[in-house]
Design a protein around this ligand. Structure first.
Ligand code: SF4
Length: 765
């Protein structure tokens, strides 16, 4: 930018409808104002000058969150990666490669052209596949963009055709997603707009104000009519601070609380027997299970830390909500906003199943504004098979579907899978947990292709991950927008486009509107979309199938090509014309869309809301009630939280966001009793450690966490201090994931960030 001659002849503006593709339930409609400057010599330069929420979008309603409201600072950041690079000969991998001087990352790299980059990558992938088999190549991506094309289309075609290992994308939501489908058969929930009709809103592990902000006005509207907001969360989030009540549940005990609520509902006859009979399967078995003494409110109080009388009162309010004449206030029903934090625990899948059963017991789904929302993503019947073409694996050298590697065990995959000797010499303070998972057969990972993710910062058991990244024999490609922690380990670094620069089609996991995102500006510098990157790489690999020549428009058409009735009438042309289009969900005689109000909605094998197998509470091994705590070595439960103003690790490098997060940067939040027991005072430097690693933080003593729980938030490694690690005091910094494990969840084989035990000691300065 800024290359035009001074004499501007003409300035024009236009407004483009885009969709925020960050990993957030709200999938906002975004209006981007673009200014076109035409110089005297005819040269045209375009620049986005404003982003705002689309007022026509029924959920966005004209505003954006604090993370994206000033998005142009990120798009036009001087730190954007704008051209391909390769690691200089002799430059070490990791932050040490540039001397660990912030802002000097480029010193480890040299600029190359896209042609050189693609040729180099193709040659390396071919050579590695020939020597070790194509499964030695591992793609690693997640939800850096959740547009259908950017999240999974041409990239999947490429890796299927190559025969590369498949990636089980489990790191965030798999346990909860699978659990929800076990109960309902589909990931669907209460529409956000309907929350205004609720009388009781329970935010269960849901920091709505922090990361689902477009639901908040609907809740506030309900509260103005008398609704009560109860937050169940171990941490006093922004949402908890604004609620009518905050129940500080102990981590990993949600199943027990749900069972105790069921206990009261069944004991006091607050279940909806007609609904249970018509719409569920297994009600009698669940009833007998819930009524056991071990699920009494008194027993649950011992486990969860929530007083028995509070549990009883909440269960009664929940069971009576929506019933005529019961209680005071408006006559609306109860709705639960359950979020994914609940399932990032060893038994988190069971916890989601248990909580998700509550509205089936009370029949809350029958009323507008009742029910539960964890995710609505299953309502969008995108044709993922057409986009991803898994059948291409049959044309790969394997001639079959490739093995699957779990992304939640990346450290293990890079250091032990297929070759138990890799990395063991640097095994550090402890070996990774395996969580009962068995290894897929096949070769070690020899090439890693990272896009849409920053695993060096966000993957659990970070020390193992970084040991893997440091391997000399690992060829790493990173497609990124910034010099992330992962970019520091790249052999080839490719510039990625932002959502303002690409075309895509998108659903949502927090509302029910499909949208097309139009490119507002051309990709900056030489940045390229995922679609273009993998299409061009496919040509270099010699893949001749026509599917590697699909354009963005072709791919959108393919994504929408389905005869599913919920997408009836939704075409690319219509989405482009209207911006956002409501799904064709079935309505009742009154014209209302009430998910799970009748048996037809359920997609389970039984065709009913599935209440079996009954949920059984088992304390996580890494929790105060589990076996790991009995050693007494690591008695504190760690919440490695996401920052309110970042999106996982995205935005952590943007100065505005850093200022918004300054209040929590580098802090360990502790309960006064736990701090006093360790001689720690507010502001003291502390070491937080367990067998997997340690990090240096500063204690903040207060009431944000209950006794026995400590909390710190995710950041980029290289923005953390590491006074005890590495040369110059900052060469090998870690973040909270130095402490988290690769143990997997009970359902869905997901990550268990919130089942982490640690100890804390005062640092010696
Ligand atoms: S991050 Fe979420 S709330 Fe913010 S603009 Fe994007 S979709 Fe909307």
């Amino acid at each position: 930018m800024g290359t035009l001659p001074a004499e501007i002849q003409e300035t024009q503006t236009r407004v483009v409808h885009a969709v925020c593709s960050h990993d957030c339930p709200d999938s906002c409609g975004v209006l981007v104002t673009v200014e076109s400057l035409t110089a005297a010599n005819g040269a045209v330069e375009e620049r986005a000058v404003k982003v705002e929420g689309d007022p026509a979008h029924p959920v966005t309603r004209g505003f954006l969150c604090g993370k994206v409201a000033q998005y142009l600072e990120r798009v036009y950041s001087p730190d954007r990666l704008l051209y391909p690079m390769r690691r200089k000969a002799g430059a070490a991998k990791g932050p040490a490669g540039y001397g660990a001087v912030k802002g000097r990352e480029a010193d480890a790299f040299e600029r190359i052209s896209w042609d050189e980059a693609l040729d180099l990558i193709a040659a390396k992938l071919k050579a590695i596949a020939a020597e070790f088999g194509p499964e030695s190549v591992l793609p690693y991506s997640y939800a850096g963009t959740i547009g259908q094309l950017g999240f999974g289309s041409m990239d999947r075609r490429f890796f299927h055709r190559m025969g590369a290992s498949q990636l089980a994308r489990t790191i965030c939501s798999e346990a909860g997603g699978v659990a929800l489908k076990q109960v309902y058969g589909v990931k669907l929930g209460t529409p956000p707009q309907d929350f205004i009709h609720a009388r009781l809103v329970i935010a269960w592990g849901a920091n709505i104000h922090g990361n689902n902000i477009h639901l908040w006005p609907f809740i506030e509207q309900a509260r103005r009519k008398g609704a009560r907001l109860v937050v169940i969360d171990p941490y006093k989030t922004r949402t908890a601070a604004l609620a009518d009540e905050h129940l500080a549940i102990r981590p990993g005990t949600d199943t027990m609380l749900a069972l105790a609520i069921m206990h009261v509902l069944f004991a006091e006859g607050l279940e909806d027997r007609a609904y249970l009979a018509a719409c569920t399967h297994g009600a009698q078995e669940l009833r007998e299970h819930a009524l056991k003494r071990e699920h009494s409110p008194e027993r649950a109080a011992e486990v969860t830390g929530i007083p028995a009388e509070t549990i009883v009162e909440l269960a009664r309010a929940y069971g009576r909500a929506g019933r005529d004449g019961a209680g005071s206030g408006s006559a609306g029903p109860a709705v639960i906003r359950l979020n994914y934090g609940t399932q990032r625990s060893e038994n988190g899948g069971t916890a989601v199943r248990a909580v998700a059963m509550l509205p089936l017991i009370t029949g809350a789904w029958k009323q507008k504004g009742g029910g539960l929302q964890l995710s609505t993503s299953g309502a969008f019947p995108f044709n993922e098979n057409a986009l991803r073409m898994p059948e291409l694996a049959l044309a790969s050298p394997l001639g079959r579907e490739a093995r699957t590697v779990n992304m939640s065990r990346l450290g293990h995959a890079l250091t032990e899978l297929g070759n138990p000797t890799i990395g063991n010499e640097a095994a550090g303070r402890g070996a990774p947990e395996v969580g009962g998972a068995s290894d897929p057969a096949g070769p070690p990972v020899k090439a890693l292709f990272v896009y849409n993710s920053n695993p060096a910062a966000v993957a659990p058991n970070q020390n193992a991950v970084l040991r893997g990244f440091m391997r000399d024999d690992l060829f790493t490609v990173v497609h990124e927008q910034f010099f992330t922690d992962t970019a520091d380990y790249a052999d080839v670094l490719l510039p990625a486009a932002t959502f303002l620069e690409v075309k895509d089609v998108q659903g949502a996991y927090g509302h029910l509107f499909a949208q097309v995102s139009q490119p507002a500006i051309a990709p900056l510098g030489e940045a390229r979309s995922n679609v273009r990157l993998f299409a061009e790489l496919a040509q270099r690999m010699g893949f001749t199938e026509p599917c590697f020549r699909s354009t963005e428009n072709d791919l959108i058409d393919q994504a929408l090509a389905t005869d599913h009735p919920w997408f009836a009438g939704i075409t690319r042309a219509r989405l482009e014309r209207e911006g956002q289009v409501a799904l064709n969900l079935p309505a009742n005689a009154a014209g209302e869309v009430l998910p799970f109000s009748t048996a037809e909605w359920f997609k389970t094998p039984s065709g009913r809301g599935e209440l079996t197998p009954v949920p059984v509470f088992v304390p996580p091994a890494e929790s105060r009630g589990g076996p790991a705590a009995r050693t007494g070595k690591y008695p504190l439960e760690l919440l490695p939280r996401k920052a309110d103003n970042y999106m996982n690790s995205t935005f952590a490098n943007i100065p505005r966001h850093q200022r918004m997060e300054a209040r929590t940067t580098g802090l360990l939040e502790m309960h006064p009793t736990d701090a006093a027991a360790r001689g720690v005072a507010d502001g003291d430097a502390v070491e937080v450690f367990n067998a997997r690693g340690s990090i240096e933080l500063r204690a903040q003593v207060g009431d944000a966490v209950p006794q026995g729980v400590v909390a710190a938030r995710l950041n980029w490694n290289k923005l953390m201090t590491a006074r005890r690690n590495g040369a110059n005091g900052h060469a090998a910094a870690n973040n909270v994931n130095a402490l988290t494990s690769e143990t997997l969840t009970d359902i869905g084989a997901g990550a268990t960030f919130y089942s982490t035990l640690v100890e804390v000691r005062k640092s010696v300065d």
